[in-house]
Design a binder for this molecule. Sequence first.
Ligand SMILES: [Zn+2]
Length: 382
Amino acid sequence: MNFHARHYRTLRPVKVSVENGIFRSIDDIVDGDDLPFIAPGLFDLQINGINGTWFSDENLTVDQCLEALQAHYQYGITHLFPTLITNSFEALQNGFSVIRQACEQHSWANRMVLGCHLEGPYIAIEDGPRGAHPLDQVRPCDWKELQRLQAASGNRIRLLTLAPESEGAPEFIRKCVANGIAVSIGHTAASTGQIAAAVAAGATLSTHLGNGAHGTLRRHPNYIWDQLGEPRLTASIIADGQHLPASVVRSFFFAKGKENIVLTCDASGLAGCPPGVYNFEGNSFEVLKTGHVVIAGQEQFLAGSGVQTDVCISTMMQMTGCSLADAWDMATINPARITNVDCAEFEVGKAANFVLFEQEETSSELKILKTVAAADVVFDSF
Ligand SMILES: [Zn+2]
């Protein structure tokens, strides 16, 4: 298979040859300034579901899980971490075991799911930091519980979001890191000292920095500055254009640098659903006409994003002026480095997972034309 496209880094036309599932050659060619771009498939660390399916659903089935995974190809996403949020042990165990079964039964799903993200349940109790996580299921760190969930997932939990003030957090973080689970700080109201202790214990990421926080905060110190100013923490940010204003995205970007930002959409299970009120696990959510997903009855507290990672790329470019290549790295190699997994890379000898797309010049908006995973065309807009 040969493809002609423009390289997302050099922006120059290239001829790409794919053989036996890998890139055989990537060569510059002379003509092709109007060709679509080619880039490695996107990788998102935090996706809760899509089209009304939540990976956290205690009644999730293997078919629903597969359908939800497959739906991401149209957005150029070839790798993701299904994300399960605070819930009962039984519901989490079911979710992880369904994901394991889906991956064991279908090699494409196993390639797509590079790991799972457990967001909670060891988080802050307070309104604001807790976000949309159910209060009655928040609990202190529990290593035995995590081991049982890890067994249910077939060892797929590779990222855990917790609050450093959760009882026993430093020791728990050390155990996670020693067992190959990256630890991220999030849904927290931690003190400066508690954040420092979590970082010393091995936490390396902040989960959606600037969201899952109080509406009003002491000017300083506070847990946002403490994480922003800590060079050992990479920051994941929801760059969907809804969760953070441009000045905040720019401040985070300038403070952390392009290598220490991870873009995530944190898509809600209601992403892709028409406007309306939806009930899930006893909570009422609303998809507004604007596409925002909120707690029903108010418009202030967002409950995950209504868009996917491709939109985060264009928003990041718009808000910060960063290059296409830099934004793309923040949604591919940066999350892979933090979680120590192999995602798609656009290099000779690597697996042929890639996206062909066009980009609108003024808005930077992407139009995904084709997604290829392991040399199979898994989405084609034509
Ligand atoms: Zn969250």
